[in-house]
Design a protein around this ligand. Structure first.
Ligand SMILES: Cc1cc2nc3c(=O)[nH]c(=O)nc-3n(C[C@H](O)[C@H](O)[C@H](O)COP(=O)(O)OP(=O)(O)OC[C@H]3O[C@@H](n4cnc5c(N)ncnc54)[C@H](O)[C@@H]3O)c2cc1C
Length: 490
């Protein structure tokens, strides 16, 4: 039986028409009413930003409250947050709280099959770090922040099952039956498999492209050893093995979460404890020794899928409602640049900025937000796919490490003029698409500088050659073909 609507929103139009409001500042007119579907990382942060603007936000989540239920098995346990994510958290005053529970990783530690280790710092000065953070702890911190803000309501165990973008009517499956609600603004922050997006997909002209990798991921645990970390906690560990790889990030409880990124066929081929143990003994011998429950963990832990989602439009304007997509719902990417959540957090900052610029007019703000963010999301999606090859294969080569060292030397020699892509993606908030434009410019001028250097060297060599010839006399064609100097000038 249908429960009565939770809230009638007929009296609140999509935009409040408030005067220009700086980011984070509360709207001065009647609060806009917004439903955010999905209380994951991005949905919670979106709710924080909107509530700080004075908007009334209801957050709907299909799961039980994670503060009571604990972490969900099969989702990545920890993730790396870098400057883009921190910048967003800073704007709502949460960066320090989050960083207190984080472990900085200033570089990568590569594990060769023979156990040789090589460390490669992420930044030229070796000081900047990405931060290993527990996904569930971050989610809990964000939920607490939403809960503490006035005008917010949390609705757990509410799975969106239907949505009419024209009217803003929503249906949720709950333990007590179907619950309906109406909102003039609905934001889909419900992840890569977004139900909100699925509802928009039925409209003519909605474009959806999902690219599944032929790879899956599986998590394993390296527990603390004698109360301490079994590996250096100041690094993101990588076991590059050509077509596949394993990574490990440290956790505050001194364990490491390992993630295997393997072709699906390889993941399913290890179907007995003996096969698992033998495979690890051959390809990951140093890690094998550190995972006591390897075979059991391997059998028990689920295989996750890796997908890139590109869709358009992110915003649909119905007759009486606006629907927008944010975070993975709009642009899920593969995790190989550690940017999915960082990028989703940047969406929240941009939406807040657009609301400020448009006087909290959601129709205008969402259109502006999409026009600014789509190109950046497409860029990081491509870079994340490219980076998989770098992580699983290239980092193992000496030539690659030498190139990275040369790049860092160039960055130190030309501070601010030459900056690596990794630095700009992970340690700045330069829009992703601008990073690529800058990379193209840098490539042009380093190529020009190399060419100038080569030409200068060649010019000097030619000049020296001409002097020599004047001294030695002309080279005859016959002598040139013999490769010898003219007779009599030896
Ligand atoms: C293995 C792996 C490693 C990663 N590592 C990193 C990393 O190092 N750094 C990084 O920045 N990113 C990383 N990511 C990406 C990051 O996890 C995502 O980009 C991020 O979680 C997206 O947040 P989100 O809130 O948009 O979606 P989600 O985190 O998926 O949250 C969506 C929420 O919506 C809820 N929901 C779904 N459907 C419904 C429905 N019908 N009704 C109501 N609620 C619903 C879900 O329960 C969930 O709580 C990684 C991803 C993977 C898979």
């Amino acid at each position: 039986m249908d429960a009565p609507p939770e809230r009638s929103a007929e009296s609140t139009p999509p935009g409040t028409g408030a005067a220009d409001v700086p980011p984070g500042a509360p709207a001065e007119t009647a609060p806009a009413e917004v439903a955010v579907v999905g209380a994951g990382l991005v949905g919670c942060l979106t709710a924080c930003f909107l509530a700080r603007r004075g908007h009334a936000v209801t957050l709907y989540e299909r799961r039980p409250d994670p503060r009571e239920a604990g972490a969900e098995r099969g989702r990545s346990i920890n993730l790396a947050i870098s400057e883009r994510g921190l910048d967003a958290l800073r704007r709502v005053g949460l960066d320090e709280t989050v960083l207190k529970a984080a472990l900085p990783m200033p570089g990568r530690m590569m594990h060769a099959a023979d156990g040789t280790l090589s460390f490669q710092p992420y930044s030229a000065d070796g000081r900047r770090a990405i931060n290993s953070i527990s996904r569930s702890a971050l989610n809990r911190t964000l939920l607490e922040a939403v809960d503490a803000l006035p005008g917010t309501r949390l609705r757990f165990r509410h799975r969106l099952s239907a949505l009419d973008p024209d009217t803003g009517a929503m249906e949720f499956a709950t333990h007590g039956g179907t619950v309906t609600a109406v909102s003039p603004v609905i934001l889909g922050a419900d992840g890569a498999g977004s139900a909100v997006r699925a509802q928009l997909q039925t409209r003519p002209g909605f474009d959806l492209h999902q690219e599944y990798l032929d790879y899956g991921y599986k998590e394993l645990t390296i527990p603390a050893r004698g109360g301490d970390f079994a590996l250096d906690p100041g690094a993101l560990h990588i076991w590059p093995r050509g077509r596949s790889m394993m990574i490990a990030l440290p956790n505050p409880d001194r364990s490491f979460t390992c993630t295997l990124f393997w072709p699906h066929r390889q993941l399913t081929a290890l179907d007995t404890p003996e096969k698992v143990t033998a495979h690890f003994a051959e390809h990951y011998p140093d890690a094998r020794a550190l995972i006591p429950d390897l075979a059991a963990d391997y059998a028990l832990n689920p295989i996750g899928h890796l997908v890139t989602v590109r869709c358009a439009p992110w915003t649909v304007r119905g007759r009486a409602a606006m629907v927008g997509l944010i975070g993975d719902a709009a642009h899920a990417i593969v995790p190989f640049y550690g940017q999915g959540a960082n990028c989703g957090f940047e969406d929240c900052v941009e939406l807040d900025r657009c609301l400020a610029e448009t006087g909290d007019d959601y129709a205008a703000a969402l259109a502006l937000y999409e026009s600014r963010r789509k190109v950046n999301a497409d860029t990081i999606a491509r870079l994340a796919l490219d980076n998989f090859v770098e992580m699983r294969d290239k980092v193992a080569s000496r030539a690659f490490l030498a190139r990275k060292r040369a790049e860092h030397a160039l960055e130190r020699a030309l501070p601010g003029r030459y900056v690596s892509r990794y630095e700009l993606i992970s340690f700045s908030t330069v829009p992703y698409a601008d990073v690529e434009r800058r990379m193209a410019r840098q490539r042009r001028w380093t190529a020009a500088a190399t060419l100038t250097g080569t030409l200068t060297a060649a010019g000097a060599a030619l000049g020296a050659g001409a002097l020599l010839r004047r001294w030695r006399g002309p080279v005859t064609p016959a002598a040139r073909s013999r490769g010898s100097r003219p007779a009599g000038r030896r």
